[in-house]
Ligand binder design. Structure first.
Ligand code: T5A
Length: 209
């Protein structure tokens, strides 16, 4: 079950530098131009409490065991879902979230070895599923070039290295393959406006909206 409300819950997933934030912004602009209320948000984060947890999660000077990271991601998510996402969906808004629980499965389970069953239990506890999830798939070298061009500071996860990122990418593909009703893989080497157009067509085809 996804949710009992009139809104639409869209999530974007993928590795570092796949272009999720850029595509999420473009999709939000498109829906706003259609006259819809849009909440564009992100994880970890999206509320004051979840942003405070984000700072701890991304900090490179505080070692945290993978299971501790998992529970912090879900603590942030619990606040984000209850304080922002559920109320927005209940009033009919479109919620576009840059990363959600598939990131925990890909990074903490496929990437860091946390038990899949433990994460599946936390997902059941949160009990809010996206209507549609886009997996932005981009070759590692393209993502690396984009990140280098942006010159962003390196956080806890960006520092993990190529093998870790390959396990994460494998995880995302495995999730998308296992749940074809919810998930769509998008070739994220396309130009941002083409990605947004592909996503808009996917939403219309899958949800009729
Ligand atoms: N994490 C998160 C977990 O481990 N578990 C979890 O449960 C969750 C929720 C979050 C970190 O936390 C981890 C995953 C992450 O490591 P973050 O800063 O939010 O950290 O990291 P990302 O979500 O990876 O954000 P990035 O900004 O690094 O990547 P994006 O959003 O995919 O990429 P974007 O849009 O910022 O673009 C990157 C650059 O590429 C260009 C942009 O202009 C930009 O310079 N670009 C394009 N260039 C050409 N063509 C396109 N289509 C382009 N799209 C963007």
């Amino acid at each position: 079950m996804s949710h009992n409300r009139s809104g639409l819950f869209i999530t974007l997933e993928g590795g570092e530098g796949a272009g999720k934030s850029t595509a999420a912004q473009g999709l939000a602009d498109l829906f706003r131009a259609e006259g819809r209320e849009v909440i564009a948000t992100r994880e970890p984060g999206g509320t004051k409490g979840a942003e405070a947890i984000r700072a701890l999660l991304l900090a490179t000077d505080t070692p945290l065991a993978p299971m501790a990271q998992t529970m912090l991601h879900f603590a942030a998510r619990a606040d984000h879902v209850e304080a922002l996402i559920r109320p927005a969906l209940a009033r009919g808004a479109i919620v576009i979230c840059d990363r959600y629980y598939d990131s925990t499965m890909a990074y903490q389970s496929y990437g860091q070895g946390v038990d899949i069953g433990a994460i599946a239990s936390l997902i059941r506890l949160i009990n809010l599923h996206p209507d549609i999830t886009f997996f932005l798939d981009v070759p590692a070298d393209v993502a690396q070039t984009r990140l280098a061009a942006r010159g962003a500071a390196s956080d806890r996860y960006e520092r993990q290295g190529a093998d870790f990122m390959a396990r994460v990418a494998h995880g995302f593909r495995a999730i998308a393959t296992a749940e074809p009703g919810r998930c769509m893989i998008i070739d994220a080497t396309a130009q941002p406006q083409d990605l947004v157009a592909q996503m808009r067509r996917g939403i219309a085809a899958r949800t009729g909206r």
